[in-house]
Design a protein around this ligand. Structure first.
Ligand code: NZQ
Ligand code: ZN
Length: 383
């Protein structure tokens, strides 16, 4: 296991009715809040009303930014930055899924910076200050509720890039599984694929002395497979929603990633596809993950895939490694996710551009899943 440090300061409030803690959390730290929401789901399902009740109880003023799109856009972030400055906002409260929370995080650093906030995403500048953020999560997928990442799309250049800084880590996040009951089947399934992909980005790794991380990773994958189907079929099953919600947080809050190496190649490929075609992140991962696994298996051998097949799927024998990949693909199909690029009308038109951009973003880390341009093209053609 590699040396590591872990400091995850996000306070989690998990469970039914936990929105009630908002009053004291806000009263302690905010005078004027920017509430960030998406395209209307939280207003339809009543979550917004719950939040406003607590904001009022806390005695805080608030302003709103609504209409954040899935795959949040730079212009939406700029709009939020302007509101923060003109309204003297001292706290940002996203109420939504990964897109809404990521937009809020980007607004948080952008509001305190006089230059172009994209500088932080393309690596030109490091942020030094941010408005604090606290989140109400409504969709289980990204892990953004307990991590320091934000992913934003820039439409004119067709790029989608990530920023990672402790400055944007939420100070608290409220995770009420009931709030995910209204997520439709497609976005629920896409969320499950995203959680699994986060686990794989760490799990597919040559280090042999990370048993604890690998065992937790296998447990999270089993939970996704077992409860992933349930949440798609029975959207108001509290226990299934709760297990998936906590899995989404644990998959990307440091628990399975620390002490390991990873370069997030599969995500980098998906982000480039999303940047061009504006597809749902988790669905994009379902399309390319099996192809990615096949290339990693061919390049680096079966050891990790055999363990995955044995410990997660309970399969044994010579073909365990490749069968575990087939099972993964079938699982995505069983929760009605697309399992090929063709199903989403994505041709090979931009494969070369995607591969070049991924290589540029990933740099030259010499690690297990590192794929060169030819490998990435192979993943795309296999997908
Ligand atoms: O627009 P709204 O009204 O919010 O509706 C959303 C959206 O249409 C809807 N939804 C959310 N909660 C709901 C609901 N509908 C009914 N009831 C609810 N309770 O679901 C749709 C998808 O929402 P979105 O926020 O886009 O989904 P997700 O949480 O999967 O977020 C995806 C974004 O996060 C990024 C992705 O790239 C993508 O941009 N990621 C962020 C990461 C991070 N910050 O660590 C890591 C991930 O790997 C990922 O890259
Ligand atoms: Zn993801």
């Amino acid at each position: 296991m590699l040396n590591f440090s872990l400091h995850n300061p996000t306070k989690i409030y998990f469970g039914k009715g936990e929105v009630k803690v908002l009053r004291d959390e806000l009263r302690a730290r905010a005078k004027k809040i920017l509430i960030v929401t998406g395209s209307g789901s939280v207003k339809k399902n009543g979550i917004f009303d719950d939040v406003i009740e607590q904001v009022k109880n806390a005695g805080c003023e608030y302003v709103e930014l609504t209409g954040i799109h899935p795959n949040p856009r730079l212009e939406e972030v700029s709009e939020g930055m302007k509101i923060c400055r003109s309204e003297n906002v001292d706290f940002i409260l996203p109420v939504g899924g990964g897109s809404v929370i990521d937009a809020a995080k980007a607004i948080a650093v952008g509001a305190k910076y006089s230059g172009d906030v994209w500088d932080f995403f393309d690596g030109t500048m490091e942020p030094e200050n941010a408005v604090p953020v606290g989140a109400v999560l409504t969709l289980s997928a990204t892990g953004t509720e307990m991590n320091s990442n934000s992913v934003i799309s820039k439409e004119d250049t067709k790029r989608k890039l990530a920023l990672s800084t402790p400055l944007i880590q939420p100070v608290f996040s409220i995770l009420d599984p009931v709030y995910t009951f209204t997520v439709n089947k497609f976005h629920t399934a896409a969320g499950v694929a995203d959680i699994m992909a986060h686990v794989f980005e760490y799990y597919l790794n040559p280090l042999r002395d990370t048993e604890i991380q690998d065992t937790v990773a296998e447990a999270l994958l089993k939970i996704c497979i077992r409860f992933g189907k349930v949440v798609c079929m029975k959207p108001d099953d509290y226990n299934a929603r709760a297990n998936i919600m906590w899995a989404s947080t644990l998959a990307l809050n440091g628990t399975v990633g620390k002490g390991k190496i990873s370069d997030w190649t599969c995500h980098a490929i998906e982000h480039e596809i999303s940047a061009i075609y504006d597809i749902s992140h988790g669905a994009g991962l379902a399309m390319i993950l099996p192809g990615f696994m096949k290339v990693v298996l061919e390049k680096y051998g079966p050891e990790k895939f055999t363990a995955y097949g044995n410990n997660v799927w309970g399969i044994e024998g010579e073909s365990t490694a490749s069968e575990s990949i087939d099972r993964t693909k079938k699982f995505f199909g069983s929760i009605e996710l697309p399992t090929s690029l063709k199903e989403s009308d994505i041709s090979d038109e931009y494969f070369d551009l995607i591969a070049n951009n991924v290589v540029q973003v990933r740099g030259k880390s010499d690690i297990f899943t590192q794929l060169n341009k030819q490998d990435i093209l192979k993943v795309l053609h296999l997908s």
